[in-house]
Design a protein around this ligand. Structure first.
Ligand code: NAP
Length: 248
């Protein structure tokens, strides 16, 4: 039997890049994927690829900052499946690369809304469904950007949002660890060949980077019922599961 057979998995940002590769990998491993993003055409192409594997998925054309839609989605998942086994919180935006003092307030709000608040709203809406699963798994796509000993200049909104996301992951892990079957993992994929990375690093040759398809298989174990740790960070470039290290 496939490792994720009959597991229900919501993947945000599934229309391209890392989220699309994870959605395909989870489907390959037997999960029924609920694929969320704004670009309907790209979701339909994903649907074609998943069906070609002999699997099925459900498309959710939706903006993650449409918080009422997230509430409705939770109701629909409850009605149809009664539980959610896997949430891959992947949708994210880079925002502008610019000094903190020059960032447009609207741009700041957008990065924080997509990268932080939407993920909290997903947890808020889906927590009962993850707890109802016999092995609810939350995977959050983090980044080294929020955790550098020496922060990189000009990456403010993105780095700050990812540091907040890591705190969210560890908070939710602490709240669920000994009292539920929910387990939480933050993942740093490292630099991967995607549209976001190309926008961030205009002078880099994308062909020197690993691809989302290289990375996606490593996500499966953190979604599987036999993964028992919570509140850890998986670092793909070093293939290590790390504990958080705060200042001494
Ligand atoms: P990407 O190619 O830009 O893809 C981003 C995905 O997020 C798209 O599917 C996009 O879909 C979706 N998305 C963005 N805003 C959305 C919104 N408001 N509502 C719904 N979906 C939205 O980025 P990526 O490189 O694959 O990044 C995926 C995640 O990995 C992000 O959280 C990123 O921070 C993290 N990460 C990436 C790298 C890297 O090197 N690539 C490194 C570290 C961390 P639509 O536009 O169709 O909505």
């Amino acid at each position: 039997m496939a490792r994720l057979e009959n597991r229900i998995a919501l993947v945000t940002g599934a229309s391209r890049g890392i989220g699309r590769a994870i959605a395909l990998e989870l489907a390959k491993n037997g999960a029924h994927v609920l694929a969320m993003a704004r670009t309907q055409g790209a979701l339909e192409e994903l649907d074609d690829d998943i069906r070609a594997m002999g699997r099925e998925c459900t498309l959710i054309p939706c903006d993650v900052t449409d918080y009422e839609a997230i509430e409705r989605l939770a109701g629909a998942i409850h009605h149809r499946w009664g539980k959610l086994d896997i949430l891959v919180a992947n949708a994210g935006v880079l925002g502008s690369i610019s000094p903190l003092a020059h960032i447009d307030p609207k741009e700041w709000d957008k990065v924080l809304a997509v990268n932080v608040t939407a993920n909290w709203r997903l947890i808020r809406a889906l927590d009962p469904l993850l707890r109802t699963s016999d092995a609810g798994r939350l995977v959050m796509l983090s980044s080294a950007a929020g955790n550098r000993a020496e922060m990189r200049a000009y990456w403010g909104p993105y780095a700050i949002s990812k540091a907040a996301l890591d705190a969210m992951a560890r908070t939710y892990a602490a709240e669920t660890k000994n009292v539920t079957n929910v387990r939480v993992t933050s993942i740093n994929p490292g630099p991967l060949r995607t549209k976001m990375r190309a926008a961030a690093m205009t002078n880099e040759d994308p062909m020197t980077l690993k691809t989302p398809e290289d990375f996606a298989p490593s996500v499966v174990r953190f979604c599987a019922p036999d993964w028992t740790e919570s509140g850890k960070v998986y670092d793909f470039p070093t293939d290590k599961v790390l504990s958080f290290q705060g200042p001494a």
